[in-house]
Ligand binder design. Structure first.
Ligand code: SF4
Ligand code: SF4
Length: 376
């Protein structure tokens, strides 16, 4: 945090009039939380400016039912299951009676240790490559993520229309849109009062700045889109505080080099072509309207839910409760009802080495970020 641009914005922030009351500033993106925490921004900002992490990690909100289904499919004969790395370690609750899963298997990693062929991948193109290399196996790509992740997944899916996808490649989609969760959080009386919002830079790059205009319009609070460097984040904090001082809430784009008003139209076309938007479960939170990506009917034959319909039904019945481990506060952390170190399990029975809740797993999970940065 010693770049001259960042220092300039920090100085400007400190030149603003003192805050009359505590100001709770929510960030939506796990990448922002990571930058804020690792650059130590909380320690250099004016007293009373509280930076609160929000629902910015797709791994944290991936429902147990989806992970349990991925495990159950992976344990079928002749299947290779592919997933982005962080998902492998997310624990699921095994108090649910589900005969499809061995009692001792509580994550994809444990299923792998028990003999299932589960491979971490870093990009959708790897899924195509692996499926082409193993034509005698059914290769299932468990794709969880927000808009930024689902756009490249959609790019791969569209190859179905040109007949260039390997015929043995199936998709288990667990994609989510960010803004409906943020709207739910802001409307929820139990969340901390939010006085300003930092919108996610990557999501806005794909979907456009305009998707976040509802923040000042509907909730009348200041907002800014930020990139991931300290300079961009501090510029956004300054904008928000200035909006607050002038009583003129708006949406300022503090990441103009990447974010355009209407976003990446090509990526949006791919998303529209491959996915319909439906109500969707968020782990620990429940169902949120218009928040999930599901394959369009034209891609039904690629849908692992259809190929494994009986298993899918049984798992969804067993995991219909959307439960969390006992005393786990992940849902509260994600929905700004509590901070990571307010969870009784933080750093005691839950740590990155042995995560009990999903927020301690991923690089974008707030608990993992705080613990890695040494927050007690
Ligand atoms: S996918 Fe990108 S925008 Fe979304 S939470 Fe992660 S880093 Fe932030
Ligand atoms: S410390 Fe662990 S159990 Fe508690 S909220 Fe964080 S991830 Fe969840």
């Amino acid at each position: 945090m010693n770049t001259s641009g960042a220092q300039l914005w920090l100085d400007k922030i400190h030149q603003l009039p003192e805050l009359a009351a505590p100001f709770n500033l929510l960030n939506v993106c796990g990448g922002h939380e990571r930058s804020i925490t690792h650059a130590g921004l909380r320690g250099v900002l004016p007293k009373g400016l509280n930076l609160i992490p929000g629902p910015g990690c797709p791994v944290c909100v991936c429902p147990e039912a989806d992970i349990a289904l991925a495990i159950a499919i992976a344990m079928q004969a002749n299947v290779v299951l592919l997933a982005f790395g962080d998902l492998l370690r997310v624990p699921i609750n095994r108090t649910n009676p589900c005969k499809l899963l061995p009692k001792s298997v509580k994550s994809l990693s444990q299923a792998k240790a028990a003999g299932a062929d589960i491979q971490p991948i870093a990009s959708p193109l790897e899924a195509k490559k692996i499926a082409a290399q193993q034509p005698n196996k059914t290769v299932v790509f468990f794709a969880a993520g927000f808009e930024t992740t689902m756009a490249p997944v959609a790019a791969l899916l569209t190859e179905f229309f040109s007949h260039s996808l390997p015929r043995n490649l199936l998709f288990l989609i667990s994609g989510r849109k960010t803004w409906p969760a943020v709207r739910k959080l802001l409307a929820d009386a139990e969340s901390a009062p939010i006085h300003g919002l930092i919108a996610p830079g990557h999501v806005a790059t794909v979907m456009g700045a305009h998707e976040w205009q509802f923040i000042p319009d509907e909730f009348k609070i200041p907002s800014a889109i930020a990139g991931f460097e300290s300079e961009s984040l501090l510029r956004a904090f300054h904008s928000i505080l200035q909006q607050q001082i002038s009583h003129k809430p708006q949406l300022e784009n503090c990441y103009p080099q990447a974010v355009k008003t209407h976003g990446n139209l090509h990526a949006q076309t791919l998303l529209d072509r491959c996915f319909k938007v439906t109500s969707s479960q968020w782990r620990g939170i429940g169902s949120i309207n218009n928040s999930g990506f599901t394959l369009v009917p034209a891609l039904a034959e690629l849908d692992a839910h259809n190929h494994y319909a009986d298993i899918s039904l049984a798992i969804h019945e067993a995991y219909s409760q959307n439960t969390m481990p006992k005393n786990c506060k992940c849902a509260e952390v994600v929905m700004a009802k509590g901070l990571p170190n307010q969870c009784p399990l933080y750093g005691t029975s839950c740590s990155p080495r042995q995560p009990l809740g999903p927020c301690m797993v991923s690089d974008e999970g707030a608990c993992r970020i705080w613990w890695s940065a040494g927050h007690e």
